[in-house]
Design a protein around this ligand. Sequence first.
Ligand code: GDP
Length: 317
Amino acid sequence: MRKADRIYVAGHRGMVGSAVCRVLERGGYGNVVTRTHAELDLLDPAAVRAFYAAERPDVAVIAAARVGGIGANSAANARFLYENELIALNTVWGAAEAGVRRLLFLGSTCIYPRLAPQPIPESALLTSALEKTNEGYALAKISGLKLCEFLRRERGLCYHSLMPTNLYGPGDSYDLVGGHVLPTMIRKFEEARQRGDASVPLWGTGTPLREFLHVDDLAEACLFVLNLADPPDLLNVGSGEEVSIRDLAEKVRAATGCLATIDWDATKPDGTPRKLCDTSRIRALGWAPRISLDEGLRRTVACYRAECAARTVRLGR
Ligand code: GDP
């Protein structure tokens, strides 16, 4: 990627897109093109085509998606499939039609089968059934990455994909019902501390294992793969650190200074039992994460408090 390239970042107001914009700016890429949701509806193929025709980016990073935690996904698989499928097809196909030279498509490791071998290698894709709680999102992201792969093979376009593990960091959504587990826990423990509650309700059994990556590490990984001359079609990106939901809760409780006990609600879903991705491929190419979970949690709690004080925090979807 050249410093003068026109780089379109789709989803620049989201947690991932904004981190990608920060890393591009720091790296001296001064020609970043963005559109807000109000300016460009990515569900509308004609609007996306017209945007690409007018702006003619050299590179595109597709970080736009409807995202959510287990609550949001399991309640609305239809919407997660429909919107993410359209966003993927419109942004990737539209880029190819407009001659965008290079494209990075982002998804998540929930594209892999529910009972994939752990840690999950890229080769586990489409080897068995998906996790039901986020099947809609996963199917849409699989379509997007396959479209990139087909365009690369059939038209020689350097379109490739990066699948991050569970992410967290500045600009996350702290929605109590539809959010992801880590930001939701931060908000629950912070509010319990402020109110002096005796207990905090959490979901499931606490036994599932998850891996978390700070979004600034992901953004560095995006820049890293965009500068590879011949990147693999699909690469996982994660921290390699696995933690049980129960241990995560203890870490978040400590990071917030909350003294409440935890009430596990086993009527709520656990989701996939384990989701650790195999990052040996991207590490062998030369990328490594820099922010540990403990450090990332400290920064994110501070960031949440600052966003609350500035009234910029996203408390809903
Ligand atoms: P997933 O990683 O795709 O399953 O999605 P999440 O980020 O929502 O993580 C879900 C895991 O955290 C499940 O095992 C939940 O049972 C557990 N969990 C515990 N408390 C909460 C909570 O308050 N919100 C959410 N979203 N998940 C929780």
